[in-house]
Design a protein around this ligand. Structure first.
Ligand code: URA
Ligand code: URA
Length: 237
């Protein structure tokens, strides 16, 4: 591969990363010379101890591992794989079900009507979308927004777990019945799951109603507000 091809590949890859909410890439800077890539200096010169996070898989590595994912059949019908967006160091991760039409087109989670409500819910606890991390259990849109199939969950959920491990948030908020039941491996109804913390791989997880459900049932906003306030208290601890 010549230098120009390499640059084109790299720039395409970085653009793809950007659509996944990754705004910087950590690692050694590399100087590309005519026929060789030589690892250059500034980062290498740093003491090892200055980069304690070096052994943890980063979000960009997880995104790269997903690649042009065809692990399940949703790969064939999606427009864009919706990886997740927001702060890689967030204290809170919001997890929804799967991308809908708007998200599939934009490559960003929760950008449609339900997403606008989620933005307001986040703002209600004095945070912004940039402070938190937002993603879904399933990264690709199911055709006609049908429910994800067991094999689709099985292929995709390991990547959510990796994202959570990379971010190490203080709290996870599972949005709606599907995310709550899938993450907690239960068939209990969302009405009984919500309102208290559960454990997801050692991290407190609060299920609450999905913003799309709230749009249809505005009376439920009071419960969501209670759940969100419990999350806010947990964040300041
Ligand atoms: N609903 C979800 O569960 N996730 C999205 O990203 C959008 C709508
Ligand atoms: N049903 C769902 O799928 N989600 C909710 O949040 C509530 C009811």
């Amino acid at each position: 591969m010549n230098r120009k091809e390499l640059q084109q590949q790299l720039s395409g890859y970085l653009e793809l990363m950007k659509t996944s909410g990754i705004s910087y890439v950590a690692g050694r800077s590399q100087v590309i010379q005519d026929n060789a890539i030589s690892a250059s200096t500034p980062r290498e010169a740093m003491a090892v101890g200055e980069r304690p996070e070096a052994s943890v898989t980063t979000l960009e590595q997880i995104r790269a591992e997903l690649g042009d994912c065809q692990r399940c059949r949703l790969g064939r019908t999606r427009t864009t794989l919706v990886f997740g967006t927001g702060n890689p160091d967030a204290d809170i991760v919001f997890v929804g079900e799967a991308p809908g039409r708007d998200e599939d087109i934009k490559g960003e989670p929760f950008v449609g009507k339900a997403g606008q409500l989620l933005t307001r819910i986040i703002q209600a606890i004095d945070l912004s979308r940039e402070d938190v991390y937002i993603c879904n259990v399933i990264k690709c849109r199911p055709p006609e927004n049908r429910n994800p199939l067991p094999e689709e969950i099985e292929s995709c959920e390991p990547f959510l777990l990796k994202q959570v491990e990379a971010i190490q948030p203080k709290v996870i908020c599972a949005l709606g019945k599907f995310a709550a039941q899938t993450l907690l491996k239960t068939e209990a109804p969302i009405s009984t799951l919500r309102g208290r913390f559960h454990d997801y791989h050692g991290i407190p997880l609060m299920p609450t109603y999905h913003p799309a459900y709230l749009l249809r049932n505005p009376d439920m906003k009071r419960q969501v507000w209670e759940d969100i306030q419990k999350i806010q208290k947990k964040l300041v601890k």
